[in-house]
Design a protein around this ligand. Structure first.
Ligand code: HPA
Ligand code: ZN
Length: 340
C-alpha cells in the first residue's frame, strides 16, 4: 500500500496532549518526580490498554496524568507529540489539555500552559507545525470548578483559542456548562465540545444550541437522529472523528463497522483524528491508514479528509487557503508519479 494517506498534509483537531504520554516517558517522569506507577514496565503499561468503555479508559488516563508535575514535564510531553506528528504529515495541530486534572494535584496553571506553549512555539520553528491550544473543562466536575479554571486561564493572557468539554459523557450533558461557555465567549474564546461519543444525539443538539460549539468532537451518534444529520450537513458543522479510539472504547465493534465513510458520503464535514494516541494504538496518520483500508476509501476521499481537517480548523481564511494549496500540490505530485 502507498504511503499517500500517511504523508498527505493534514491538521489534527482532536488530540488530548495528556493522551500522547507514551509509557516510556511516563516511567521517566515518574522516576524523576519520585513517584511509583502501578506497572512493572512500560511494556506492562501498554498491555493494560484494553478498555470496556470510556470510563475504564479515563481511570487509567487520569492515573497516567499524575506523573506530570513541572513546566518541564509539560514541555517534554508536548515536544514528543510534535516530533511524532511531524512524521505523520501534520502541518497544524489544535491541542486539547485538561488543566483541572493537574491543578487539583497542586500543579499551577502557569506551569501547564507555559510548558505546552513553549513546546508549541518550538514545534512551529522546528517542524513548521502551526498550532492552537484548547482548554477542556472536565464535565464530571461541577460548573463552578470550570468557572475557576476559566478565571485562572484568562489571567494568563491570550494563550488559549477555545474551550472544550471532555471526560465522562453519560449523565453529564452540555447544558450543565452553558453559563461557563457564555463567559468564555464573552472573553473572546471559541467553543468546541465532545458530544455523541457515548452520549445521545440530544447532547449534540445542546452542544450546538447552548454552548455554540463550532465543532463536535466525536459526534458519531448523530447517526441515530435524521433531523440532526440534516442540520450537520446543511450547516457543515465539523465532526472530529477518532476511529481507533472508537474501536478501543467499544463505540463501534470494529473499524469495518465504523460509520465514518457513511457520514462522509452523506455530506457531513468529517475529519480524522487520534484522540489519545498513546492509549489507542495510533497517531493521526495511523488513523487515516486504518480507515482507508478498513472502509475501502479511495484517494479522493483521503484528499477530502485532509482538506476537511484544514477547513474545520481555527486557522484564518488565508492560512486555510495556503494549506489547501499544499494538499492540492501533494495530490498532483502523487498522481503524476503513479501515471509516469
Ligand atoms: N472522551 C472524553 N474525554 C476524554 C477523552 C475521550 O475520548 N480523552 C481524554 N478525555
Ligand atoms: Zn477526545
Amino acid at each position: 500500500m502507498s504511503d499517500f494517506a500517511r504523508r498527505i498534509p493534514k491538521a489534527e483537531l482532536h488530540v488530548h496532549i495528556e493522551g500522547t504520554l507514551e509509557p516510556e516517558l511516563m516511567f521517566e517522569l515518574a522516576q524523576r518526580n519520585g513517584l511509583t506507577l502501578p506497572y512493572l514496565s512500560a511494556q506492562a503499561a501498554r498491555e493494560a490498554h484494553t478498555f470496556q468503555n470510556l470510563q475504564a479508559f479515563l481511570d487509567l488516563y487520569y492515573a497516567g496524568c499524575s506523573v506530570l508535575r513541572t513546566e518541564g514535564d509539560f514541555f517534554e510531553l508536548t515536544r514528543a507529540y510534535l516530533a511524532r506528528a511531524a512524521g505523520q504529515g501534520v502541518r497544524h495541530a489544535e491541542v486539547f489539555f485538561d488543566p483541572q486534572t493537574h491543578t487539583v494535584r497542586g500543579v499551577p496553571m502557569e506551569a501547564v500552559v507555559h510548558g505546552i506553549q513553549r513546546a508549541l512555539q518550538e514545534g512551529e520553528a522546528r517542524f513548521g507545525i502551526s498550532s492552537r491550544l484548547i482548554l477542556c473543562f472536565l464535565r464530571h466536575l461541577p460548573e463552578q470548578a470550570a468557572d475557576q479554571t476559566l478565571d485562572q486561564a484568562l489571567a494568563l493572557g491570550n494563550a488559549i483559542t477555545a474551550v472544550g468539554l471532555d471526560s465522562s459523557e453519560a449523565g453529564n450533558p452540555p447544558s450543565r456548562f452553558q453559563r461557563v461557555f457564555e463567559r468564555a465567549a464573552d472573553a473572546g474564546l471559541l467553543a468546541v465540545a465532545h458530544a455523541g461519543e457515548e452520549g445521545p444525539p440530544e447532547y449534540i443538539w445542546e452542544a450546538l444550541d447552548l454552548l455554540h460549539a463550532r465543532r463536535i468532537d466525536h459526534g458519531v451518534r448523530c447517526a441515530r437522529d435524521e433531523r440532526l444529520m440534516e442540520r450537520l450537513a446543511d450547516e457543515q458543522v465539523p465532526l472530529t472523528i477518532c476511529p481507533l479510539s472508537n474501536v478501543k472504547l467499544r463505540v463501534f465493534a470494529s473499524l469495518e463497522q465504523h460509520n465514518l465513510r457513511w457520514l462522509l458520503e452523506r455530506g457531513l464535514l468529517v475529519t480524522v483524528n487520534s484522540d489519545d494516541p498513546a492509549y489507542f494504538g495510533g497517531y493521526v496518520a495511523d488513523n487515516f491508514e486504518a480507515v482507508e483500508e478498513a472502509l475501502g476509501l479511495d484517494q479522493d476521499q483521503v484528499v477530502t479528509l485532509a482538506k476537511n481537517s484544514f477547513l474545520a480548523s481555527f486557522l484564518t481564511p488565508d492560512e486555510k487557503a495556503r494549506q489547501l494549496q499544499e494538499v492540492d500540490r501533494f495530490n498532483a505530485q502523487a498522481s503524476s508519479k503513479t501515471t509516469s
